[in-house]
Design a protein around this ligand. Structure first.
Ligand code: FAD
Length: 190
């Protein structure tokens, strides 16, 4: 039976991973890669190896890995599906970059586009328990799209809500533009 059709039986499903975090399973009872850390995902699927089955990297994944390294990106050396952390980092990069390029004086159409995008995003985000919490957040603190700084600060606060949930320090939202638009004042990004 393929792994696809062979979800772990409830009685043998570990509840917690090696990191101490609760394991998230999808609607078919399979561990969700995009919802768990790679460490926990590997523990629960018993896939502990970090090398490809043949011991070598395929041509396609090798090209992707080379491109990523050349671009100075964090290496996902084997070009594998993301875990909850890699997916999160990439997504925050996209969202804050959208904030950084959002107009100071957006048209009604641009405001509608951003609202619709964020609402769709909150329904489509692949880590579904993250998406559930994000939708709850949007309900209590409505998305602000009236201008760049409003949206950038709103997003920063939304990101801080997740930071707090994960026990991470809050980011100073007065600095969001330095981090995501202009680069730090000390010139390290120049
Ligand atoms: C909508 C959403 C919901 C998520 N929910 C969960 C969840 O429920 N559980 C879970 O385990 N993971 C969740 N994640 C992933 C999580 O937020 C992190 O992305 C992941 O843990 C990796 O964290 P990191 O420490 O590398 O930095 P990240 O939190 O990914 O941040 C990337 C960079 O953004 C900057 N930054 C940090 N905070 C802020 C801020 N407030 N404003 C602006 N810039 C900032 C910092 O420079 C940081 O290095 C979620 C991600 C998203 C996009």
């Amino acid at each position: 039976m393929s792994e696809e059709n062979n979800p772990l039986k409830d009685s043998v499903k570990p509840q917690f991973g090696a990191s101490g975090r609760k394991i998230v399973y999808d609607e078919n009872g399979k561990p969700c890669r995009a919802c768990n850390t790679l460490l926990d995902f590997r523990m629960v699927t018993n896939k502990k190896s970090t090398s490809s089955p043949s011991g070598s990297i395929s041509a396609a994944s090798g090209i992707a890995a080379t491109a990523a390294t050349a671009a100075g990106a964090a290496p996902n050396a084997k070009a594998c599906p993301p875990d909850v952390e890699e997916l999160g980092r990439s997504t925050w990069t996209l969202l804050h970059s959208i904030a950084a390029t959002y107009p100071d004086n957006p048209t009604k159409n641009q405001q509608e586009n951003l609202s619709q995008f964020m609402n769709s995003f909150s329904n489509l985000y692949p880590c579904f328990h993250c998406a559930d919490d994000f939708r709850e957040y949007i309900k209590k603190d409505k998305i602000k799209v009236t201008n760049r700084d409003e949206f950038g600060k709103w997003l920063c606060n939304a990101h801080n809500e997740v930071n707090v949930k994960l026990g991470k320090p809050k980011f100073d939202c007065n600095l969001w533009k330095e981090r995501w638009k202009d680069g730090w004042k000390d010139g390290r990004c120049d």
